[in-house]
Design a protein around this ligand. Structure first.
Ligand code: BJW
Length: 325
């Protein structure tokens, strides 16, 4: 028979951010009208998506950043497509976490809040972040475009997974534990280098439907490529709309990639105080932190909803603005 004795009370939970930092940050947030956020891969880490550098930064035997170049695509488009096809698949399986929802809610509560995201995973749009307050600096995994310089074909919101049959995650039909291709797809992780990948022929890869000549490529910004002109212009306009910026939150990014990282300095030059949310205390912006800045150490998915609570209230379970089939 179950005991009826009362359980001893649980010890109080340690606060996830130091109360004095939380209080001073929230006082500043509450009165801020012009706010920026610079987002990076750490924001989506607790949604199960790997980051680029440090732990999780390897894909099979390749550095993720080495695959994100036009040269890598030119050399081995099959390998680069396998990398991006895997990332599209993982991003479609992932769900936005409380930090994505909290930032979307902050955008609804404060007109003067603008988010600059380096992420290409589609989780902020799926959390309902207002599009007019979200600038995707590095494009999207779900945009594709022709790799031929002279062809201007682009396509957005392409969620076909895999984008062509040859990029299907391989399943071993001879393995009796493989009950169905669907189940195997969920279990197999092609980032594991022990999973054999099929040899791809160029003719297996997605081809441009317009010029019929060039290969399609992911609509993301690779090293050495320009960020989308419209996005850069919108940000410059937002920056010059007022002489002052009150706050920039730098969330889950190593802040090492330019021009994105440069927005921290631009905001500071307009008076912004800087609040960093990161798992790693060494990953402060390149020019360091100043008096009056904040560093919130830990998982963005837990910290962001906590520090924004004074404006957005409690984040409850929200619907996923689902990707159309
Ligand atoms: C957590 C967490 C948790 C973990 N909670 N936190 C000036 C100086 C020097 C160099 C340059 C310069 N200007 C330009 C350059 C060159 C280059 C560059 O910046 N190089 C640097 C590496 C030095 N920049 C470019 O080439 C850019 N283009 C350009 O400038 O064009 C100019 C031009 C003009 C005219 C003609 C032609 C060109 C383009 C940069 C494009 C970057 N692209 C990528 C790939 C996108 C596609 C894809 O996703 O595959 O963008 S690279 C990769 O890095 C990706 C990311 O968006 C970006 C930033 O990475 P991020 O998000 O910061 O991730 P990580 O892994 O680095 O950090 C994760 C962080 O999270 C860590 O701090 C963790 O601790 C933390 N974390 N878990 C909180 N749970």
């Amino acid at each position: 028979m179950a005991s009826t004795a009362a359980r001893p009370p649980l010890p109080p939970r340690a606060p996830i951010v130091p109360p004095e930092d939380l209080e001073s940050f929230q006082q500043h947030l509450n009165k801020s009208t012009r706010i920026l956020a610079l987002l990076g891969a750490g924001l989506s880490a607790s949604s199960g998506l790997p980051t680029f550098r440090g732990a999780g930064g390897l894909w099979r035997t390749h550095e993720a950043t080495q695959l994100a170049t036009p040269e890598a695509f030119g050399r081995d488009p099959g390998l680069v497509w396998q990398f991006y096809s895997y990332r599209r698949h993982k991003a479609l399986q992932a769900k936005p976490n409380p930090a994505h929802y909290a930032l979307a809610e902050l955008a609804r509560k404060k007109d003067g809040f603008m988010t600059l995201s380096q992420n290409v995973d589609g989780l902020s749009p799926r959390a309902g972040h207002p599009a007019s307050q979200l600038k995707l600096l590095h494009g999207s995994l779900f945009d594709v475009k022709c790799s031929d310089f002279f062809c201007k074909y682009t396509e957005s919101a392409n969620y076909t997974d895999p984008i062509v049959p040859a990029l299907e995650i391989p399943t071993d039909e001879s393995d009796p534990t493989t009950i169905s291709a669907l189940e195997a797809r969920a279990e197999l992780d092609i980032s594991d280098e022990n999973v054999a990948l099929p040899e791809l022929r160029i003719s297996d890869l997605p081809r441009c439907p317009l010029c019929k000549k060039g290969l399609l490529r992911p609509g993301v910004v690779w090293f050495g490529e320009m960020l989308p002109t419209g996005v850069i212009n919108d940000i410059e306009k937002w920056m010059s709309d007022s002489a002052k910026i009150d706050l920039i939150m730098v969330i889950g990014t190593s802040a090492r990639v330019y021009p994105a990282a440069g927005y921290v300095d631009s905001a500071r030059a307009k008076g912004a105080r800087v609040a960093v949310v990161n798992m790693d205390r060494n990953d402060a912006p390149a020019r360091g932190l100043y008096n009056g800045d904040w560093f919130f150490e830990g998982d963005a998915a837990k910290i962001v909803p906590e520090i924004l609570k004074s404006v957005i209230g409690e984040i409850t379970e929200m619907p996923d603005a689902a990707v159309e089939a």
